[in-house]
Structures are given as structure tokens and as C-alpha cells.
Design a protein around this ligand. Structure first.
Ligand SMILES: Nc1ncnc2c1ncn2[C@@H]1O[C@H](COP(=O)(O)OP(=O)(O)OP(=O)(O)O)[C@@H](O)[C@H]1O
Ligand SMILES: [Mg+2]
Length: 341
């Protein structure tokens, strides 16, 4: 149970691939929606979970209202992360460009920036009491936050001015000829000979679009106040016993603690603790399995102690149905966290 005085408007769930970020964050959103207005920003939920959350993919980027059970007095909106829609939020729909479109495909590597754009947008709209963010798998989201300075540099004026000049003349054969003595000209002319003129035109136009919208990008990625301050956000690092990579979990917790001071939690998902206590295996093989599971649990507990963060345990659910798993996990948010005393 996260005490009331430790609740923040934004809760971020991160972790490596397949550990249960989407499952745990959905259970958290449904738990809070019992009496609060909640927005769940999620990425790539399983088909069944998508159905139950009422996510209509054709509406991705828009809020989908989730039907809650009769006891829930709150409200839950769910937003399926879509880099394309997030980009359009900033640069509009009139700026068509093939490169930006390719980058905005679900696997174009823009999920992190889309998550930030949406968080920034909905945080400032103030329509919800809580925003739960389910992040793309891996270290990328944390790296991305640490890289915001580099993104600012990308928009550096000198760099962009060159492209703005080229961008104005996109498509015209003359662009290369005009800057005959510069290094960039050589580079572009080389690119042109390899890729054809269309690509160079598309490229300069993509940079032009990004440059002319730079203020909006910079504002959206300027999220330090929301994400990095313990005043506004709680971080949950999800780790899972079935694919324990304790080094990854340790590294990520370190990274989180490095750039923010304040509350973060380590989630041990697919925990066997409650099943193990009543299990007295007779065969050697089963005893070995029990020991292995127990040492995995200990490893995660140790990580929480070493990093001085509280541990939240979520059991392995035996149902195969992703929504049933989420439903059964909701009540775990009422269980007290493990303290490190
Ligand atoms: N506590 C649990 N008990 C049993 N199965 C679980 C539990 N948590 C998650 N799962 C299952 O594990 C798989 C991965 O879960 P999920 O999709 O939530 O992980 P993820 O971290 O969001 O993955 P990705 O990195 O691909 O986004 C799914 O099949 C899910 O149904
Ligand atoms: Mg997921």
C-alpha cells in the first residue's frame, strides 16, 4: 500500500521486456480508479487486455473510457501510445514527410518521445487525479530522459539554420550546387548520389519540419519538473522472478536513483513466496526448484535493500487470461510494502 501522503500525480512503470509492466500498471490504474480519475497511458497490451480496457486501435492517441465494475466510483481513461498521433499533436497533420512517418511507426524507435509528449500534454490538461505511464521495455526510457540535453543540442541554432536554408528549397535541383564549398554540401551530394535526390529532399524537409516545431518539442521534453521531482512522480521498477536478470534491475534502479531523489519502488512480479511457504517438495528435483525460486526472491529483496527502495510483491497468477491476471493483482496494491529495516 502506498500511503496517501506518498502518492504523486504521475506513476511511471519501467523495466526490461516481458517482466509485467503493462499488467502491473493496468492493475494499478484499476485500483486507483475505484475512487479517483485516472489516465492509463499504455503500450502494446495483449489483445485480451486491449478488449477489456475497451481500446479501439483506430482511436489510438485518443482517450478510451474503460467500463468499470459497479463498486468503482472513479473513472478510468486509457490511451494507447501511438508515436504517429503524438508527433501529430506537435507538428500537425499538414506536414507530410516520409522520414517522419517512418520514424513514427510503432517500431520506429520513437516510443520514448511519444510517451513524454503524451505525459506532458495530459499532465498540463489536469483532467485526471493520476496518470499511470507504462513505458516501452528496457533501459531506453531512462536513457532517453538523461539524453534530453542532447536533444536540445540537436535543435542548436547553427546546425538547424543550415537545414532551414536547405529545407526551404527542398526538391529543387539547385540546393547542392549553391553550397559548393561547404562540407555539408559534399556530404549531401554524396548522399544524393547514393540515395537519389528524393531522399535528400525528404531528409532536409524532415529536419525543417522538426526545426520549425522545435519550441514545441523542447517544451514537451522539458519534463524535468514532472518526472524528476519526487513532488510529482513515483517510479516503479518492475522485475520478474521468471526471467530474473538481477543485474539489469540493479542497473536500472541505480539509474533511476541517480537522476531523481525521492520515492521509487521495486516491484517483484510473479513472486512465488505465498505458494512456496506451503510447499514441501519430496523429490530432489522439486527441492532444487524450490531453492532456486527462493534464492531468486532473496536476490530481488537484496537489490531493494542495497538501493534503499521499498519492495512490492505481486504473485504469479495461474490463470492464462491476461485480464484475469490484472484483476487478481488489483488487491495486492492494498498489501503493505516490505520495509528495509
Ligand atoms: N503476476 C503475473 N502472473 C502471471 N503472469 C503474468 C503476471 N504478470 C504478467 N504476466 C504475463 O507475463 C507476460 C508479460 O507481461 P506484460 O505484457 O505485462 O509484460 P511487459 O513488461 O509489459 O512486456 P513488454 O516489455 O513486452 O511490454 C504476459 O503474458 C502476462 O500475461
Ligand atoms: Mg508492455
Amino acid at each position: 500500500m502506498i500511503p496517501l501522503d506518498k502518492m504523486k500525480r504521475v506513476e511511471i512503470f519501467c523495466g526490461t521486456g516481458g517482466v509485467g509492466k503493462t499488467t502491473i500498471s493496468a492493475s494499478r490504474a484499476l485500483f486507483l480508479a475505484k475512487n479517483k480519475k485516472v489516465l492509463l497511458i499504455t503500450i502494446d497490451p495483449s489483445k485480451r487486455l486491449k478488449q477489456v480496457l475497451g481500446i479501439d486501435e483506430s482511436l489510438s492517441g485518443k482517450l478510451n473510457k474503460v467500463e468499470l465494475d459497479a463498486e468503482s466510483k472513479g473513472h478510468l481513461d486509457c490511451l494507447l501510445l501511438s508515436p504517429k498521433t503524438s508527433f501529430e499533436r506537435l507538428i500537425g497533420t499538414e506536414n507530410k514527410n516520409n522520414i517522419i512517418e517512418t520514424l513514427s511507426k510503432p517500431y520506429g524507435g520513437m516510443n520514448e518521445i511519444a510517451a513524454i509528449i503524451e505525459l506532458h500534454y495530459w499532465f498540463n490538461k489536469k483532467e485526471h487525479d493520476f496518470i499511470i505511464l507504462d513505458t516501452p521495455p528496457g533501459h531506453h526510457f531512462i536513457d532517453f530522459l538523461e539524453a534530453t540535453k542532447k536533444i536540445n543540442a540537436f535543435f542548436d541554432k547553427t546546425f538547424a539554420d543550415i537545414f532551414i536554408h536547405l529545407g526551404k528549397e527542398k526538391g529543387s535541383k539547385g540546393i547542392i550546387g549553391k553550397l559548393i564549398n561547404t562540407g555539408i554540401d559534399k556530404l549531401l551530394s554524396l548522399l544524393e548520389s547514393v540515395t537519389g535526390e528524393n531522399f535528400v529532399g525528404e531528409f532536409t524537409s524532415a529536419v525543417h519540419i522538426l526545426y520549425t516545431n522545435r519550441e514545441k518539442f523542447i517544451e514537451a521534453i522539458n519534463i524535468d519538473k514532472i518526472l524528476l521531482s519526487s513532488e510529482n512522480s513515483n517510479w516503479f521498477l518492475v522485475s520478474s522472478l521468471d526471467q530474473l536478470k538481477s543485474k539489469d534491475a540493479d542497473d536500472m534502479l541505480h539509474a533511476i536513483n541517480n537522476f531523481r531523489k525521492g520515492d521509487s519502488y521495486l516491484v517483484m512480479n510473479k513472486s512465488w513466496a505465498e505458494h512456496l511457504s506451503n510447499w514441501n517438495p519430496q523429490s530432489h528435483g522439486q527441492q532444487m526448484l524450490k531453492e532456486k525460486l527462493e534464492s531468486g526472491e532473496r536476490e530481488i529483496s537484496d537489490i531493494s535493500k542495497q538501493n534503499n527502495v521499498l519492495l512490492l510483491k505481486f504473485p504469479e497468477i495461474f490463470s492464462e487470461d491476461p485480464f484475469q491476471q490484472v484483476k487478481e493483482l488489483i488487491s495486492n496494491w492494498e498489501v503493505p510494502e516490505v520495509t528495509n529495516d
